[in-house]
Each structure stands twice: as C-alpha cells, then as structure tokens.
Design a binder for this molecule. Structure first.
Ligand SMILES: *Cc1c(COP(=O)(O)O)cnc(C)c1O
Length: 256
C-alpha cells in the first residue's frame, strides 16, 4: 500500500487519530466563537459542518464521538457509502449533484447545498414526490462568477428560488456559495469577504418575500471568520479539523 493509499484508507500509516480530531475541533469551535463575539452573534447560531470527503468512515465516527453533529460530503456515491457505514450524524451534500445520482440521494434526509439549475430542482422534486418525502435544499449562488464553480448567477437566483419553491416536494431553506480563490497572494478571508456580503444581501432581499429562505452556508477552513462576521449560519470545514486530504475519494473495498 502506498503512502497515499494508507492516508485514504485510514490504515496504520494515517497521521490523524481521533484525539487530534478532538483537539482541532476545539480550535475550530474557538475560532467560530471569537468571530461570533466580534460580530455580536451567539455561537449557537452557526452550525459547524465537518467536511469528511476522502476520509474513511472510522474518522467520521471519531468526529461524531468528539461532538460533531453534522457531516458534509461532495460526492454522492462517497456520501451514500459512508452514511450507511457510519450510521449516525446529520448529512449534507455540498458538491455538484448529477441528475443520474438523484435516485441515490433523495429519501435519505440529506440537506443538499448545491441546487444551481432548474433541471436538478425538478428531478429532485419528482423523486421526492414518488417517495412521499420533502427534499430540503439550499440554492448555490456563484457570487464571484467563477467559471470553475457551480451555482446560478446572482441575477438568476430569485428566479431559480421561485421555480424551486413552487415545486411540490422541495423546500428551499437558504443559499450557499464558494467564493473565488485569490489569484495572487491576497489574504483568503479578506478576498472572500465581499462575496460573503453579497450572498447575505441577496438572502436578505429574498427572505423579505420568502421567510423560509434563511440559511447562509458559507465559510471554510481558511475564511470561516469572515463568513461568520458576514452572517454565515452554516460553515463547512474540512482541513482545519481533519488535516490535509488525500487526492482520491474514499471507496469501500470489495466486500467491505
Ligand atoms: C472541501 C469543501 C469544503 C471544505 O474545505 P476546507 O478548506 O478543507 O475546509 C467546503 N465546502 C465545499 C463545497 C467543499 O467541497
């Protein structure tokens, strides 16, 4: 087994044990608390989603034991495989959802953060209707118009939300964004801050008509303070809790 595999599989060579996760988790919670203090907010108003992509189910379990309540994944097959093995936690799909994966996802009580197109909205609602459930979603907005990022444009968001909330089995509960990365050596958080602010302003406008569109999913390991100061109600944090990721997604071994 190569070093990379050892990392991805979580075998003996993996640098992070559950103890490190607990210590790092405490540091992340402290960072959130300090940012909340500066912004005059309660830390209870910010939900921490631990992003576990590429990491094995044992590490997800260690995080839950250390007090994590919410888990985020960016690939449907990885999410589904881990969710079945871990058997606890509340799960969030934070990456792109292809329409052929809708069937695997709906019916599992997963909050989808990445609704960016009408076709996906109608496919999700149709599947949810068939199963007799309501699918909860956030609309992803590409506030920085970054061609490498998913989501609808700022100008398209209200139309997409109107379309999605008129579908019978979708519940649109907020907005999500991934800010563009700074092209040079700019400070990550300060570069992202205007994007976070734009998402919040958009949410405020939309919420005036549709009060259920309340959540703001924004902020990651490098910029969570700016996101919290700008109003994030959910932050999605991977590296700061689990350390560096392997390059490949986690997959069960055959027969596992
Ligand atoms: C991986 C990922 C994160 C977490 O990123 P870190 O920098 O490791 O905290 C957050 N959001 C999305 C959509 C991701 O894919």
């Amino acid at each position: 087994m190569s070093g990379t595999e050892a990392h991805v599989r979580g075998a003996g060579g993996r640098p992070d044990g559950g103890g490190d996760v607990a210590a790092r988790l405490a540091q992340v919670r402290e960072r959130i608390a300090v940012a909340c203090e500066r912004a005059g907010r309660s830390p209870a108003s910010v939900l921490l989603i631990a992003v576990t992509k590429t990491h094995p189910p044992e590490l997800v379990r260690a995080a839950l034991e250390a007090g994590v309540t919410d888990v985020g994944e960016n690939r449907v097959s990885e999410l589904v495989a881990k969710m079945d093995r871990v058997g606890g936690g509340r799960w969030h799909m934070i990456g792109r959802v292809q329409r052929n994966k809708v069937r695997l996802l709906v019916g599992r009580s997963v909050l989808i953060h990445s609704l960016g197109r009408r076709q996906l909205a109608s496919a999700l609602s149709r599947r949810a209707e068939r199963l007799g459930v309501v699918q909860r979603v956030l609309v992803q907005v590409n506030v920085g118009d970054d061609p490498r990022k998913g989501g609808c444009g700022v100008d398209e968001a209200a139309d997409l939300i109107a379309y999605a909330r008129d579908l019978p089995n979708l519940s649109v509960e907020g907005l999500m964004t991934m800010p563009p990365l700074p092209p040079g050596g700019e400070d990550l958080a300060e570069y992202a801050r205007p994007s976070f602010r734009r998402l919040r302003q958009l949410r405020d406008r939309v919420r005036a008509d549709w009060p259920e569109v309340a959540h703001l999913s924004m902020g990651m390991s490098g910029d969570l303070e700016a996101a919290v100061e700008e109003g994030a109600t959910m932050v999605r944090v991977g590296t700061a809790i689990f350390g560096p990721r392997g390059s490949r997604s986690w997959e069960p071994l055959e027969g596992e």
